[in-house]
Design a protein around this ligand. Structure first.
Ligand code: AMP
Length: 290
């Protein structure tokens, strides 16, 4: 595995590989890697010739009072995990390489970036879209792999690619979970053992939503309220949002019909955790992707 830290080196390497007819698979990450990240890497390795992983904690997507400085970082461990997976190139630039002095150009993806995370983390998706666009320009991948755990991020990135005609295919991969259902996340490292137990309530609330829909409930307000009630029973949990939205537009729906996303953001201690359930309703039958 080659580790590159300079934009120019990465661009040269990528141009050389593409010139040699290789198809590039790209997995952008912020490090503190877990099985969720590694599943994306494995998929990229299966589907493309050369796998590039970036490791960059992107300051532009963190708000001023958020956890940028405390975000878990362990370069040696991450690098070893990626080497063992057979990653070809690790791109790990310092901040000033991505945002040099004088930087002032940003990408905004709205309205899909406005609700949910966009409402609770103003500027978050502007930071995400900007860094993803930059990384795509630097790496020039054929395919880029994202996890559905960050469901709205997948929508924002797909929109960015379509709207700006970026020559990259976005591949959205399933959520990887712990055995008890908790979605894997670098931020799970913030949880103490007590909070780790409490965090199960996110997945449990999604299971409750499924149960209700399987029982014939279609009213979004009833489903969301039942989820909120269940989460409220956990004293360590504080809800940012629980929503039932159209999977394409991310606008709230009244009734569960077609493709619907049930996203939630919940604080457990100092960890802000995300999860979601994708529901497909066709002719009155539901299928669920956790
Ligand atoms: P992050 O390092 O948190 O920016 O995540 C990098 C990529 O890994 C994003 O596309 C995430 O959606 C994805 N990811 C994070 N956690 C999971 C998970 N539990 N399952 C699947 N993908 C994930």
């Amino acid at each position: 595995m080659k580790t590159l830290t300079r934009v120019a080196e990465m661009q040269t390497a990528a141009a050389g590989l593409r010139g040699a007819g290789k198809r590039l698979g790209f997995v952008p990450t912020m490090g503190a890697l877990h099985e969720g990240h590694l599943a994306l890497v494995r998929r990229a390795k299966q589907e493309t010739d050369v796998t590039v992983v970036s490791l960059f904690v992107n300051p532009a997507q963190f708000g001023p009072s958020e956890d940028y400085l405390n975000y878990p970082r362990d370069f040696e461990r991450d690098s070893e995990l990626l080497r063992r997976e057979g990653v070809d190139i690790l791109f790990a630039p310092p901040v000033e390489e991505i945002y040099p002095a004088g930087f002032q150009t940003y990408a905004t993806v709205e309205p899909v970036g406005a609700p949910l995370e966009g409402q609770f983390r103003p500027g978050h998706f502007r930071g995400v879209a900007t860094v993803v666009l930059k990384l795509f320009n630097i790496v020039q991948p054929d395919r880029a792999y994202f996890g559905r755990k960050d469901g709205q991020q997948c929508t924002v990135v797909s929109r960015l690619v379509r709207d700006l005609n970026l020559p990259v295919e976005i591949v959205v991969c399933p959520i990887v979970r712990e055995p008890d259902g908790l979605a894997m996340s670098s931020r799970n490292a913030y949880l103490n053992p007590d909070e780790r137990q409490a965090a199960r309530v996110l997945y449990q609330s999604l299971c409750r939503a499924r149960e209700l829909m399987q029982g014939g409930e279609r009213r979004a307000a009833v489903i969301a309220e039942a989820m909120r009630r269940l989460i409220a029973q956990e004293p360590q949990a504080r809800i940012d949002y629980v929503a039932v939205v159209d999977a394409e537009t991310l606008q709230p729906v009244d009734q569960v019909r077609g493709r619907v996303l049930v996203p939630l953001a919940v604080w457990i201690g100092r960890a802000r955790l995300l999860d979601n359930l994708l529901v497909e309703e066709k002719d009155g039958r539901f299928s669920f992707q956790f």
